[in-house]
Design a protein around this ligand. Structure first.
Ligand SMILES: Nc1ncnc2c1ncn2[C@@H]1O[C@H](COP(=O)(O)OP(=O)(O)OP(=O)(O)O)[C@@H](O)[C@H]1O
Length: 859
């Protein structure tokens, strides 16, 4: 293979990828002129060329490049260089590099002409851009190749030899920012040394936000997580929190423009709470930090403002032309790559309209200070999305020019009022360029119908510097077509086989439930392992059966359908029951049931049979409650005794146990659809539950769920901590009296949700004699228990650090009964599993505390 000339690795956006050849080269150091002789690039230690304002930057070009660049010259130079790159990087990376070259073209031409302009004394590269080259370079930048966004469903986060976290080929170097849903990392591709910004999203945070929006704001909620029945576009009709990312990904995948951040890859670490979006790295970061209270001193010059604003116009024009409204334009969402190119980021609240030309929206989104006056009303009707973006562009221009916001207020409501009703002040208006002042007035026009449009902006005299710096034509700017985001795009944006994703997310949930070592009952680890292996088998089966790009295998959960364990045990059954959109919604209960059956082969059969007999559309008589704090939703069946909810027991107890408000913990992503139907039932039931809670509190001094004392470290008995034991005993007796069945077991608390569950030992299945003997054995033969514990732990956490469970410690804990001292809130506490818990059929019985119910009710 012809290796071509040597190559210096550079970042796609920050560093132009160039080849070294015996051609003209250019050396710039702010206002230095180009060097006359070829100078080979000097790579830094990390393999990158330096390219910042303070350092001399050496760039080497192909022969034939001349200051009077034409688009054709540039394109052909790029093509040559791309060829060479492709030889060096025969893999898919060459596509990325091709784009890099196109982007860099603008930098090259700008630097060249700017450096040659001896009349320009500015140290800022941006302000040296002449109108001709600026237009030419932008034109050439439009020729972006389309890079296919890769999607990885089963990525894993590992640690490399140097101690860095690694996600596929991306080494996470350091944190460079924090988003609302997770960190942003600087990452480097271990194969190419190309740098990326990897944005992390916590799925649980997304879910939480989604639910909170649903309760708090309904479909008009701000930010990721907006959805609702009246949502008109695919972006807002998602049925699972994860889908909210899918909408953003689906839009970003369609966009190919130099002023819009490029998304390269989406990675879902299926067994963890995180998913990642791999973006082009914008080395220079945000355009400008904007504060409500402080003025930013280092404001942009007139020329810099113009350059940035022109790029904003081009980016927004491209979006609007393709019926996409950004809805959150602000300096924070404008990043700059190493060559100064402005990149519009954050499409989390963007909206794509299906109908050409339609941009009417009822939704409020964006940051209050940048919100158009027509959106600053409680019940605004439909407003033009395009006009609201233009307003935000005006506020942004104001910010970068003056370092402050045009409208400032301490509260959002007041901010809305001020934006609607008051006038802003332009600092030093008398000395300001009248063309600039006029433009600000046209942008910050309160009446959207009179506000300047993007078309008018492109010919505005300040924008074009009185025609000295015209923009590239609209046709060229919008040439890269954006096709409509379809439902299929949304479905395929992140994950390809929905049914598998459902299952995978369930594992993550199970893991979350036993995340903190202090709250990991050993049985849960065993359950997790067997659940995982069951799932893994199913996945293989489903993989073989799956038809790519087929309709989702599952359909939305219906208001009256509660999935059971076996409904998720095969794809066929999933089809019947339906969990569309709730990819992550397999219940803990189901996990435990599966695990249970795994541990008890005899019972496994029973579980299966019971479920097969159960009619699919059976109304389980109950209702769903959602935890406002966590975003988790729970299915609360009509009150039955704990026995009645046991998977293997079909006879309901005559009366419910008053202390155990029973929750078959089944989550659902489609709360909105159910909400209307179940609203009335909920109110009644909640009242009842609260009353029962109160009654119970009167009867039982120590609340059964809130364990308030710590398990003594020296307590070697394998049983729950003292308070828990006492509580459990009380409860058991009550259960026994009312249901006729003794309920021995233990309580586990889910650290993620704060919910505690009662897990009964499976005495109903055991011969009474054996049971007694077994109890005695468990209490007296500590060694034996230790042995059992060891085997369970060993089976559950063979050697996988991913499980996060230290087998040695878990074994010790299991055998000694000593747990990390518990204190404070129930979420930090973890009762010790009883010996019976090592081999019980764990059944999750949740208790909804009064507070939680009240919180739900208030919300
Ligand atoms: N592509 C990128 N290149 C360089 N830095 C980035 C990039 N994306 C994000 N960052 C950095 O991370 C910070 C936070 O990212 P971002 O603005 O996307 O999150 P956010 O808008 O606060 O939250 P979210 O988008 O999740 O609602 C940014 O301010 C910026 O400093």
């Amino acid at each position: 293979m012809d290796s071509g000339p040597p190559l210096v690795q550079q970042h796609p956006a920050a560093h132009p990828t160039t080849t070294v050849s015996d051609t003209a080269s250019l050396q710039t150091n702010n206002n230095e002129t180009p060097a006359a002789l070829p100078v080979p690039p000097v790579a830094l230690d990390d393999g990158y060329l330096p390219l910042d304002g303070s350092t001399t930057t050496t760039l080497s070009f192909e022969s034939g490049i001349h200051p009077a660049l034409t688009t054709t010259d540039i394109a052909s130079a790029n093509a040559d260089a791309a060829d060479q790159l492709a030889k060096q990087f025969p893999s898919q990376q060459s596509t990325v590099l091709t784009e890099t070259l196109s982007s860099f073209t603008s930098n090259r031409s700008s630097i060249y002409s700017g450096a040659g302009n001896n009349n320009n004394n500015s140290n800022n590269l941006l302000s040296t851009v002449s109108s001709a080259t600026s237009t030419a370079s932008r034109r050439s930048s439009m020729q972006l190749s389309k890079v296919e966004v890769r999607e990885t469903l089963d990525a894993s986060l590992t640690e490399n030899a140097d101690g860095f976290h690694q996600l596929k080929q991306y080494i996470l170097i350091k944190e460079i920012g924090k988003g609302a849903f997770g960190k942003v990392h600087l990452a480097q591709d271990e194969n190419t040394n190309i740098r990326y910004a990897v944005k992390e999203f916590s799925k649980s945070k997304l879910r939480k936000k989604d639910k909170a929006n649903l309760f708090k704001l309904g479909p008009r909620g701000r930010g990721r997580g907006r959805r609702g029945p009246e949502a008109p576009s695919p972006l807002t009709s998602e049925s699972s929190p994860l889908d909210l990312i899918r909408g953003e990904v689906a839009i970003l995948k369609k966009l190919h423009h130099p002023n819009i951040v490029k998304l390269y890859e989406v990675l879902d670490v299926s067994a963890e709470d995180s998913m990642y979006m791999v973006f082009e790295y914008c080395e220079k970061g945000v355009l400008m930090p904007v504060s409500l209270t402080e003025r930013f001193e280092n404001v942009f010059s007139d020329a810099e403002c113009r350059d940035v604003f022109q790029q904003m116009i081009l980016g927004i024009e491209y979006l609007h032309e393709h019926d996409i409204i950004h809805r959150d334009i602000k300096p924070d969402n404008l990043l700059r790559s190493g060559d100064g190119t402005v990149k519009i980021v954050d499409f989390g609240v963007s909206e794509m309209f299906n109908k050409k030309g339609d941009d009417l929206t009822k939704k409020s989104a964006g940051s209050p200070a940048f919100m158009a006056p027509e959106l600053c009303r409680h019940d605004h009707g439909e407003v033009s999305g395009r006009a609201t973006d233009v307003w935000s562009m005006g506020v942004t221009l104001f910010c970068i020019r003056y370092g402050t916001l045009p409208y400032v207020s301490e509260s959002i409501l007041e901010m809305h009022r001020v934006i609607r009703e008051e006038d802003y002040q332009i600092p030093n208006e008398e000395t300001e360029d009248p063309l600039f002042v006029a433009l600000i007035h046209k942008l910050l026009e309160k009446d959207p119908a009179k506000r300047i449009t993007i078309d008018q902006l492109r010919t505005d005299p300040w924008v074009t510097n009185s025609d000295r710096e015209p923009l590239v034509s609209k046709d060229e700017n919008t040439a890269n077509a954006v096709t409509e985001v379809t439902e299929e795009d949304l479905r395929s944006a992140v994950q390809k086989i929905n049914s598998l994703a459902t299952v995978i997310k369930a594992i993550a949930r199970l893991k979350r439930g036993i995340k903190s070592p202090a709250s990991r009952p050993i049985v849960a680890a065993a359950a997790l392992q067997s659940f995982e292996s069951t799932i893994s088998d199913r996945m293989q089966d489903a993989d073989e059966d799956a038809t790519p790009a087929a309709e989702p295998i599952v359909t939305p959960i219906s208001a009256n359908t509660t999935p059971t364990a076996t409904e998720t045990t095969s794809t066929t059954e999933s089809k019947k029951i339906g969990l569309e959109g709730s990819m992550d919604d397999i219940s803990l209960q189901e996990g435990n049931k599966l695990a249970d059956s795994e541990q008890n082969p005899e019972e496994k059969v029973e579980v299966k049979e019971a479920a097969e007999e159960k009619p699919v559309d059976e109304d389980p008589q109950g209702y769903e409650v959602c935890d406002f704090e966590t975003g988790m939703c729970y299915w609360v069946p009509a009150k039955k005794s704990p026995n009645a909810t046991t998977t293997t027991t079909s006879t309901p107890a005559p009366e419910p146990a008053p202390t155990a408000i029973v929750a078959d913990v089944v989550t659902s992503a489609d709360v909105a659809k159910k909400e209307a139907v179940e609203e009335d039932a909920k109110v009644d039931k909640k009242e009842k539950l609260i009353k029962e809670d109160e009654k119970e509190e009167e009867e039982t001094p120590a609340p059964p769920v809130e364990i308030t004392t710590t398990a003594p470290a020296e307590d070697k008995e394998i049983k729950p901590s003292s308070t828990t034991t006492a509580t459990s005993t009380t409860k058991n007796k009550k259960d026994e009296a009312e249901t006729g069945a003794e309920q021995d077991g233990y309580q586990v608390c889910d650290s993620a949700t704060g919910m505690c569950y009662w897990i009964p030992a499976k005495k109903a299945k055991v011969d009474p004699e054996q049971s007694t003997a077994s109890e005695v054995t468990e209490k007296t033969e500590k060694d034996e228990t230790t042995k059992v514990a060891r085997s369970v732990v060993a089976a559950a956490v063979p050697s996988s650090p991913a499980s996060g469970l230290d087998p040695e410690r878990a074994t010790e804990e299991a055998s000694s009964g000593a747990r990390t001292p518990v204190s404070g809130s129930p979420t930090e506490q973890s009762p010790v599993p009883s010996p019976g818990s090592l081999n019980p059929g764990p059944r999750l019985v949740g208790k909804l505390s009064r507070d939680r119910l009240a919180m739900f009710e208030n919300s």
